[in-house]
Ligand binder design. Structure first.
Ligand SMILES: NC(=O)c1ccc[n+]([C@@H]2O[C@H](COP(=O)([O-])OP(=O)(O)OC[C@H]3O[C@@H](n4cnc5c(N)ncnc54)[C@H](O)[C@@H]3O)[C@@H](O)[C@H]2O)c1
Length: 252
């Protein structure tokens, strides 16, 4: 029997990068999966990968910064699969690189809206769907939920906020059997880093790699494995934890 046989997982931002790897990892372990994302073209590829592997998945077009759409992604999951056991609140954007005083208010609002409020709205509707049978939520934070990073005030503030939200909800729902944890990746080779000019520029890539004691960037699958571990029974005593998966970045 597979680890997540008869279980249902929802992954926000499951179209590309860490979210796609996480959706595939849930499916490979037997879960049926909802991919909730803005990017329908890439989301359909994630769904197709899962179906080609013999799994079941649906795509729900979702902007997590809109509470009504977060509510609808959970409702669509329950309609399609009848239950919700696990959620990985992973959708995120990098925002504009600028010092705080130069950051436009709209840029601040957008990053907070997706990366922090989006996690809150998702949890607000996921938790009630898990209360009867129990469940596990993994929020995608970052090393920037634990340390600062210049020219990324909104992103850093949002990720610190995700850890606070994770800890508060973990306390609120521990007795109800809903575990809430977070993962804090360092720099992972995904489309986000391409857009940010990190993997597309050899000099910048080299400098960022050198900032990790392990001397390289992480791969999306190295985060996905930790997410599915946190949802598994092996993590049954983990509540409100912020798990660094960072090649030693924060240990320095
Ligand atoms: N790549 C890294 O180095 C790194 C490090 C730490 C944390 N993270 C976090 O991991 C998560 C995934 O990022 P990634 O690196 O895989 O990047 P990515 O750009 O490949 O994936 C982000 C996904 O989120 C989706 N998305 C963006 N805004 C959305 C919205 N409003 N509603 C729904 N979906 C939305 C995108 O369409 C995309 O599929 C993010 O929360 C990011 O902050 C990434």
């Amino acid at each position: 029997m597979q680890l997540f046989q008869d279980k249902v997982a929802l992954v926000t931002g499951g179209s590309t990068g860490i979210g796609r790897a996480t959706a595939l990892s849930f499916a490979a372990k037997g879960a049926r999966v909802t991919v909730a994302d803005l990017n329908s073209e890439e989301a359909r590829k994630t769904v197709a990968h899962i179906e080609e592997g013999g799994g079941a998945a649906i795509f729900v077009e979702t902007d997590v910064s809109d509470p009504a759409q977060a509510q609808a992604m959970v409702a669509e999951t329950l309609k399609a699969f009848g239950r919700l056991d696990y959620a990985c609140n992973n959708a995120g954007i990098e925002g504009v690189s600028a010092p705080a005083a130069d950051m436009a208010e709209a840029d601040w609002q957008r990053v907070i809206g997706v990366n922090l409020s989006g996690v809150f709205y998702s949890m607000k509707y996921e938790i009630p769907a898990m209360l009867e049978a129990g469940g596990a939520i993994v929020n995608m934070a970052s090393i920037l939920g634990q340390v600062g990073f210049a020219n990324a005030a909104a992103y850093t503030a949002a990720k610190h906020g995700v850890l606070g939200l994770t800890k508060a909800a973990a306390l609120e729902y521990a007795k109800a059997g809903v575990r809430v944890n977070a993962v804090c990746p360092a720099f992972i080779a995904t489309p986000m880093l391409e857009r940010a000019g990190i993997t597309s520029n050899e000099t910048v890539r080299g400098a960022i790699q050198a900032a990790h004691p392990v001397g390289r960037l992480g791969e999306p699958e190295e985060i996905a494995g930790v997410v599915t571990f946190l949802c598994s029974p092996e993590a049954s005593f983990m509540h409100g934890e912020a798990v660094l998966v960072d090649g030693g970045y924060v240990a320095q």
